[in-house]
Ligand binder design. Structure first.
Ligand code: HC1
Length: 565
């Protein structure tokens, strides 16, 4: 076949868009997403076929022997420009103040096609913004009806609260009957936000709260950073997907003015101590099995809303984010002499649901909110750019002590299968008293929807399962309901791939990018000197000096909760 006058060979059965990409030709689109089905809604990928001179959509048309494709004719350019002008006629022109300023796909296309004047009649409506949740803001005025958000919500997460309503120029995408997100069973995973090409749905921006806290001289402002952020934030600075940037990330947080930079991974090790012992207790005392992990807040929202009858299966552990906050406001307050009321805990998370988790009224066992402010990876990068920090030029820095020391087991929490692998490294050694020689549980790794393994734990044969993405979680919930889930322990992560694919991660996240981030987390694990949570010296000290023992009285009060309650 020929593309732009060049003879090329491509495999059969692929689309014109894929073929062009293989030949180094970029065909633009707004509705197309590499992890989603073909929609051909926006028609911006229109190309001309030689001979017939027909315009076809490159995302939905398969290549054929002898095809002559033109992606750069005057007709193609005029068609795309007209479509863009029509979209702009129905789109607010507040680009300078839009949250997507700098990374809006529509704006990039406008620049590429030289749109300098919006012709035609403006047909803007002034619809109210939905600010009803702690996690997401929906701005229907900016929606370009590409359908990506509705597809991820329906097909990939199978939550299905965002619908495409009406037809033709009346098309709109919203929850049923135009309700707000808080009035429907949205789990706040933010997969819609990370899929949106424009500013129609995005994280609630809490960066001003952080600027204010840092500027308040009475407050000691500490930050914890989640496992998955260190392998994604560099993408905001155009570094390759999956770049490991732990040292630069810490230096960047320090230069923003945080008083201490700590690691959520420290609390991930703590979670393993509590969750591992909870699992052993349930096995030995005949508790409810399979036990389900509890660290992913979108997943907790999901089970509370869709399967409340199965809540007894969920571990009572708070997530590492919340455990960190509870320890900061008690133990850290005690050893530093800083009153808890003067400590502000900020989290940097790959997740939008973490904002809602931190705001849950029960998450304040110390008498103060465990976590005060949650930023997504994107908001963190926005703050850095606002402050003129060139991430790429920073020298590496180290986490502060004592809430900054962590193990390889904690590092892999950010990838689907990581929590299970971390737990098994500890549970095996606690139960058998033997050293686990092979730390890598390779069966539990990778992007497959459901992964399973079995393991001999002393005399017990333990079967475990891992699912990620809510469509897979739904399957496992149905198995449990039907009494067909013969597993002892199941890890569930809300977002496909785990937190590396969280709804607060940099735009451009897709399957390929997630695989790179995942590989980087396992690389971090391989290079750390301590790779089992129970060997973390600062965790041992925390139990010796403050908590006593896993599942003890203080742990119960600070580190555990009741979901659905
Ligand atoms: Fe996660 Fe977790 S791994 S939930 O994905 O258990 O967000 O990264 O911080 O809390 O540790 C997210 C990531 C994160 C918690 C940990």
């Amino acid at each position: 076949m020929m593309i732009n006058g060049r003879q090329v060979e491509v495999e059969q059965g692929i689309t014109i868009m894929e073929a062009a990409k293989q030949c180094g030709i970029y065909i633009p689109s707004l509705c197309h997403h590499p992890d989603q089905s073909v929609k051909a809604n926006c028609r911006i990928c229109s190309v001309e076929l030689g001979g017939s001179r027909n315009l076809v959509t490159a995302c939905s048309t398969k290549v054929q022997e002898g095809m002559e494709i033109q992606t750069n004719t005057a007709r193609v350019r005029e068609t795309v420009r007209t479509i863009l002008e029509l979209i702009f006629a129905d789109h607010p022109q507040d680009c300078l103040t839009c949250i997507r300023n700098g990374n809006c796909e529509l704006r990039k296309l406008a620049a590429r096609f030289g749109i300098s004047d919006i012709k035609g009649e403006k047909v803007l409506e002034d619809m109210p913004l939905d600010r009803s949740t702690a996690s997401l803001v929906r701005n229907p005025n900016k929606c370009i009806k590409c359908g990506r958000c509705a597809e991820v919500c329906h097909r990939i997460q199978q939550v299905g609260i965002l619908y495409t309503h009406n037809r033709s120029i009346d098309v709109c995408i919203s929850p049923e009957y135009g309700k707000e997100l808080t009035d429907v069973d949205c789990v706040l995973c933010g997969q819609c936000a990370i899929s949106c090409p424009v500013g129609a749905i995005h994280e609630k921006d809490d960066t001003d709260l952080v600027w204010r806290a840092i500027a308040d001289s009475r407050q000691h402002v500490i930050v914890q950073i989640a496992p998955a952020v260190r392998v994604s934030v560099a993408e905001e600075y155009d570094l390759p997907a999956g770049s490991i940037s732990t040292g630069k990330m810490i230096a960047a947080a320090r230069s923003l003015g945080f008083d201490r930079v700590f690691d959520t991974n420290f609390a991930a090790d703590l979670t393993i101590m509590e969750e591992g012992n909870e699992l052993l207790g349930r096995i030995q005392k005949g508790g409810v099995l399979p036990m389900l992990t509890s660290c992913s807040p979108g997943w907790i929202n999901y089970i509370e809303k869709y399967y409340p009858e199965l809540l007894a299966h969920v571990s009572s552990c708070k997530s590492p984010q919340q455990m960190f906050g509870a320890i900061a406001k008690t133990y850290y307050s005690q050893i530093t002499g800083i009153p808890a009321e003067n400590i502000t805990v900020v989290s940097i998370m790959p997740c939008t649901a973490k904002k809602h988790e931190a705001a849950r009224p029960e998450m304040n066992a110390s008498g103060y909110r465990d976590v005060d402010i949650v930023l997504t990876t994107r908001e963190f990068a926005r703050m850095l750019k606002h402050d003129g920090i060139d991430f790429t030029l920073l020298d590496d820095s180290d986490f502060d002590s004592p809430l900054g020391c962590s193990t390889g087991a904690a590092a892999i929490f950010g990838a689907s299968g990581g929590v299970m692998e971390a737990a098994l490294r500890t549970v095996y050694e606690v139960v058998t008293g033997e050293t686990l020689e092979k730390l890598e549980f390779t069966d539990l790794r990778g992007m497959e929807g459901m992964k399973t393994a079995s393991l001999k734990l002393g005399t017990e044969n333990v079967k475990v399962a891992i699912v990620h993405g809510l469509a897979q979680a739904k399957k496992v919930m149905e198995m449990i309901k039907a009494g067909q889930a013969e597993y002892t322990f199941i890890e569930v992560m809300c977002c496909p791939g785990g937190c590396i694919g969280g709804g607060g991660q940099p735009y451009g996240t897709n399957h390929e990018v997630k695989q790179k981030r995942m590989g980087s987390l396992y690389q971090i694990d391989r290079h750390l000197p301590i790779r089992k949570s129970h060997e973390n010296p600062d965790i041992k000290e925390l139990y010796d000096k403050f908590l006593g023992q896993p599942l003890g009285g203080k742990s119960h009060q600070l580190l555990h909760t009741k979901y659905g309650g």
